[in-house]
Design a protein around this ligand. Sequence first.
Ligand code: GLC
Length: 721
Amino acid sequence: MNETKLKDLLEQMTFDEKIAQLMQLATPFFEGAESEGQITGPLAGLGLNEEEISNSGSVLGASGAKEVINIQKAYLKKNRLGIPLLFMADVVHGYKTIFPVPLAIGCSWDLELAEKSAEIAAKEASVSGVHVTFAPMVDLVRDPRWGRVMESTGEDSYLNSLFAKAFVRGFQGSSLENEAYRVAACVKHFAAYGAPEGGRDYNTVNMSERELRQSHLPAYKAALDEGCEMVMTAFNTVDGIPATGNKQLMRDLLRDEWKFDGVLISDWGAVKEMIPHGVAADESEAALKAIEAGVDIEMSTSCYVKNLKMLVDNGSVSEEIINESVLRILKLKDKLGLFENPYRDANEELEQKLVMSEEHRQSAYELATKSCVLLKNEQVLPLNTEQKIALIGPFAVNGDILGPWSWLGSKEDAVTLVDGFKTKLDQANLFTAKGADIDTITEEQWQEAIQVAEQADIIVLALGEHSDMSGEAGSRADIRLPEAQLTLISKLKDLRKPIVTVLFNGRPLDLHGVIEHSNAILEAWFPGTEGGAAIADLLYGDVNPSGKLTMSFPHSVGQVPVYYNHFNTGRPKDASDAQVRYVSQYLDIPNEPLFPFGFGLSYTSFSYRELSLSSEVVTPTEPITVSVQVENTGNVAGEEVVQLYVRDVAAEVVRPLKELKGYEKIWLEPGEAKTVSITITEESLRYHHANLEYKSDRGEFFVYVGSNSQQVQAASFVLEK
Ligand code: GLC
């Protein structure tokens, strides 16, 4: 339908019909709903009447072709103008075939597989009736106490921006109008939700506009530059004003400066939450602030429906801005073809055929093998099938490996770690015991674990966090493994057998009590439906680990936030001189993280030689190429992520000691060497100045190339303008 027809439709709508389009309700409100849908927030009594419900514009969390078709059919019978419902849901890292959590996908540094995972998620979700997914989440994260770090791709805005684009491409394809089996994407949470004080979810976010623009905004902008259709507001304040009512952020920056004219949806209840935030006296003031900020859809509360009419009647709100919001929603429905086909791709037969198909599971397996990170290996990995293995721990047989945002993912469908081991070993060589639950242990449990371990050559521990120990509202102040699991390790270490620890967790952990007793550690995060198969293949060397951390592991929570792209300070600690006191340091732990950004081991080794620059001068018209020769010096093939970082030595504002500016993931056979070349442009050296102007300065830069953000070779160049 063209814009004129949409405007004609808008003209025909009553005021009540218009404001009902601005409300999104969870599935149970709708006739035809068979399931409770996905409830992801407090379900306050909304006091809605039948007409308000039957005119509401979109549904949250419905799924299943049959249910969606039933709801849409029942809805269209009552909707006077035949305006179809939009069906939205959280398909974050898979619909039913669950991929590793996004933080794990980030550690793959594989944009193609990331895009593929979103494409598959969109295919499964679309035939199941979903039109819009609330993803990608691109919040920059530096504090592992926050439960939602698992939903982000990490601490670097450049890498997060690349992944944001890849996910949007996968979800939306090149054209929502012309491509089937795609869904509209909704980038979230705008903005800076990943920086709550104390790492406590929903808490205050306090930062300068310059830091916001420099570090936190690029990934949202990248998603929108890739054509992302929607934006979701964040729960938190930005500079003292809740994002959902923040005109400077939403009207001035998102809509006027960035020219975003898509649909802006609040997060669950975030409009009404302006009351407890303390910027709205009641729901009418909350509605006023949100609509003035340009929020088009109110998720799961009814401030708009209950107050906008009064606000227009008393002149507080112009009907024009309501018309603008309704038109944006009608345009999205039109772009999805819903006026012609209100059911879009919902198709029970295709649902049966595509959802959880072998092909999809294979993709989930492949991405899981690339997302795990080998953190430690004292020559105990890879395992061999002659060894007797004691597989012990709450995650030995536990299917809770899908993560906290896996919604329709079924734990029963997940390949557990013991399933994976059973494909490697005959029963005679595999002994299993739980040893402990996630956060409790009994003497009987650890005694059984010891008995099992005594029969084995090697102990493989499967430990971690329950999926609800991270995710939304999943913040933890103590980010060690639960005490029960640390007790289990301490019981088993006395057997003096090699211990391989596999971790299933939604955040970088404080590994005290684990690192000192493990001869090898594989970080598996929440690896998804095929997790057990992927991990077994990694542990037995059928696949060589290639994951690299995109979020630092702290020495302890006392070090948080710790991230690689930090500033130098005026009194940097000189690692070579520990005696100096008056420098920026802790008296009890190092400044550096336990495992830095970009870190990950392989079963082979790589050497970096012959770092060279095509020139030592970059100009706005003349980029330079940085080259390095990388050789596989081991005896197995493997993948290496060659990383390039830059430091602006003297700028107008302090600049990070290192910033990732490029990387290349390469495959090398044993003995093979390749020259990797990465370009540095003047544009890549720009930053936000004190007056927020985004530009580069001439002067000296250091360039670093290496296997992670600490192990690098250095050179320098100058920017001339
Ligand atoms: C939740 C989350 C958001 C999600 C939304 C809908 O509260 O913050 O990420 O998309 O509600 O489920």
